[in-house]
Design a protein around this ligand. Sequence first.
Ligand code: 5GP
Ligand code: MG
Ligand code: MG
Length: 175
Amino acid sequence: MIQIKDKEFISYISEEMLLQRVREMGGKISRDFEGQSPVLLGVLNGSFMFLADLAKSISIPVEICFLKISSYQGTNSTGKVKDMSSLDIDLKDRPAIIVEDIVDTGLSMNYLLGKIKKLGPKSVSIATLLTKPDALQHPVKVDYVGFEIPNKFVVGYGLDYDGYGRNLPAIYQLK
Ligand code: 5GP
Ligand code: MG
Ligand code: MG
């Protein structure tokens, strides 16, 4: 068990399980995009650790850049997306892969899909480490999923509780 600020969390997905699954995802993406050079669009802040491990396990040429949005406060969605992105890459006619930590209500992904599609990419795919199928309110087709998890708040491996916990190498669930 660990404590972050006022809350207690229990071990949920180990570092070994995360790495094994992320490597499988990287292998699949490499096969699916063979002969192409996609742009990985990491969604800050939560995706930074997943993106780092995923990118290392991709064997085709990729470019990497970042979007920055936020919609969560504490352990709840605010229902609104705040966009702080400044995308400095031309996506025209290129395959884009949005790399996200977790798809929860689907609000953020729906917003980002709309935004990226307007930039004229060849295709837009979504790779997320986690999904919470029971929390989905804005349906979105996710192409690559690491783990489907129950509708409970998690931290670690990039995901935060009120700013903290992102540096944990494994994932923990709210007790
Ligand atoms: P959505 O827009 O799908 O509701 O959620 C988007 C964002 O909320 C996620 O990308 C993530 O940053 C944050 N979020 C959703 N569920 C969790 C969770 O269980 N733990 C943490 N730390 N963040 C979450
Ligand atoms: Mg996120
Ligand atoms: Mg957060």
